[in-house]
Design a protein around this ligand. Structure first.
Ligand code: APR
Length: 316
């Protein structure tokens, strides 16, 4: 059986970390692509990573390149091209620069990997997923955004720290856009089946919710640039579900129309991921404030998409 192929666009912090997690999981052959000016970086990181193989024990080819012809026949393309945040910036501040980058990358994906499933990581996430969708013209099941896997992983980590239990036993859910108005759902959070509300007081859960919502900003402030290990880990978790046709239910930016009354945008929802890409959006009941928080988050995503459409009317 032929190996799967994963191409990662952007060989920076997130892209190189994606390549690393994908190699470590032995998901398939990997292409790490950057702009011609940075082809040396892509090639150097590819060789560096390939030399981990004897120690970490994976068999796959890792190619660094600036030539889009090399992404041909990719099963999954992960888009990390774009600028990251600096302290004091929101993800939305990146839109003017990153929409141009993601548009040009998507044109190349359309040409060279027309059958791939695309996972976008560049920010502002929900608007960049929309940009990739409109530019490639791919069916909505083959366009996804990574945000929820990361945001939920952060939430699960903070909950586990508070309880003093294994992160593996914490299961959580989160909806909405990948902004500071994302919607973590403590009501759907459990620890080995036990509702988290039985294990932690409300104010501590709320503290974890808040920290997850601004978790990216906390790291930007400390490092001077945005996080990369966990965003990459979340992206590769999605790629693995697709490549292995695992039918995992993962939170990701997926196309929703009637679902959650979204009306034709990509927002964070739980979805089944398998060889068909995004195979089904899972809808859950929302109570009390939850639908309102979701509506607010979706309306923020719509505002960002409007910025994209104003810049590039052909993407409207
Ligand atoms: N094609 C390919 N690569 C590109 C292009 C392009 N058109 N434009 C920029 N890049 C590359 C840059 O050369 C750089 O190597 O994208 C890479 C981005 O890497 P970093 O600057 O290290 O940024 P990173 O931390 O990886 O974040 C990338 O992911 O999580 C998001 O908010 C983050 O939007 C940011 C993106």
């Amino acid at each position: 059986m032929a190996r799967a192929k994963i191409s990662v666009i952007g060989a920076g912090n997130v892209g190189a970390s994606c390549a690393m997690w994908a190699a470590e999981k032995e998901l398939g052959d990997i292409v790490l692509l950057d702009i011609p000016d940075k082809v040396g970086v892509a090639q150097g990181k590819a060789i560096d990573l390939a030399c981990c193989a004897p120690i970490e024990r994976f068999d796959c080819n890792i190619l660094g390149t600036a030539d889009y012809a090399d992404i041909a026949n990719s099963d999954v393309v992960i888009v990390t091209a774009g600028i990251p945040r600096k302290p004091g910036m929101s993800r939305d501040d990146l839109i003017q620069t990153n929409v141009k980058i993601v548009k040009s990358v998507s044109e190349q994906i359309k040409q060279h990997a027309p059958d791939s499933v695309v996972i976008v990581v560049s920010n502002p996430l929900d608007a960049m997923v929309y940009t990739a969708w409109k530019t490639t013209g791919f069916p909505t099941n083959r366009i996804l955004g990574q945000a929820g896997c990361l945001d939920v992983a952060r939430f699960r980590t903070f909950i586990a720290w508070k309880i003093g239990c294994s992160v593996e036993d914490v299961s959580a859910l989160l909806l909405g856009g990948h902004g500071d108005d994302m919607v973590p759902l403590p009501r759907y959070t459990s620890v080995h089946g036990v509702p988290v509300s039985q294990l932690l007081p409300n104010e501590v859960i709320e503290e974890c919710v808040k920290r997850a919502m601004v978790g990216g900003g906390e790291i930007v402030k400390l490092m001077g640039t945005s996080a990369y290990y966990a965003p990459a880990s979340g992206s590769v978790q999605m790629a693995e579900a697709i490549i292995k046709d695992k039918k995992r239910i993962l939170p990701c930016a997926a196309y929703c129309n009637a679902e959650y009354n979204v009306g034709g945008y990509f927002v964070g929802v739980p979805a089944i991921l398998g060889s068909g890409g995004m195979e089904k959006v899972i809808t859950i009941d929302l109570e009390g404030d939850e639908q309102k928080l979701m509506d607010d988050s979706v309306s923020h995503v719509k505002d960002l998409v409007k910025v994209v459409a104003d810049l590039f009317p052909e993407l409207a």
